[in-house]
Design a protein around this ligand. Structure first.
Ligand code: SF4
Ligand code: SF4
Length: 183
């Protein structure tokens, strides 16, 4: 019994020594963190903030995203919810079709079949529940158009989970508005 207790004491002491060794080693390493807000970091290269929508180059108020839903399906934590509206685009105008139909049709040509109206998926909101996101990056990797990327939103803070439920479409538009006002 006594031997067992002595053995246990040595084991505990050894564990303490190992812990202090790790602490001591890191104590003399250069500091990697900063005392925000008194200090900020120089570069955010390589920083992975929550994902964000990439705007179109020539139309920064609209995203590259075509609302295909691939990212939402692949997300292992079910963080992404798309709100999509289906919009039917009108077929080419009747007038155009009329004038086209007056052109003679060659015997060996088939008359052009009337064009059907197209249905387009329009993104109304792109909800990210950042509370459950593991920053795995699968959503960004799976997007066929490169419509998602990691943001540099390093100073994100909040007091309730609701504050980490972000509409990425609204956020992208508000950032484009800020950039427009600054230019
Ligand atoms: S980074 Fe991973 S967990 Fe986060 S939204 Fe994308 S797929 Fe989901
Ligand atoms: S995979 Fe890309 S295009 Fe498809 S819904 Fe996600 S962000 Fe949009």
């Amino acid at each position: 019994m006594m031997v067992k207790k002595i053995k246990q004491t040595f084991t505990d002491l050894w564990s303490l020594v190992v812990g202090l060794k790790v602490t001591g080693k890191n104590f003399f390493q250069p500091q990697l963190t900063v005392h925000y807000p008194r200090e900020t970091v120089d570069t955010l290269d390589g920083y992975r903030g929550h994902v964000e929508l990439v705007p179109k180059k020539n139309d920064p108020f609209n995203p590259i995203c075509i609302a295909c839903g691939t990212c939402a399906k692949i997300c292992p934590s079910n963080c992404i919810t798309l709100h999509v509206k289906k919009v039917t685009e009108p077929a080419p105008s009747a007038k155009k079709e009329d004038s086209a139909s007056q052109e003679p049709v060659q015997n060996n040509q088939k008359a052009a079949s009337p064009k059907k109206p197209k249905t387009k998926r329009v993104l109304e909101a792109f909800e990210l529940n950042y509370n459950y996101c593991s920053l795995c990056g699968l959503c960004a990797q799976s997007c066929p158009l490169g419509g998602l990327r990691f943001s540099k939103n390093v100073y994100l803070a909040g007091v309730s989970p609701k504050e980490f439920e972000i509409d990425l479409l609204a956020r992208m538009r508000s950032q484009s508005q800020i950039a427009k006002e600054e230019n």
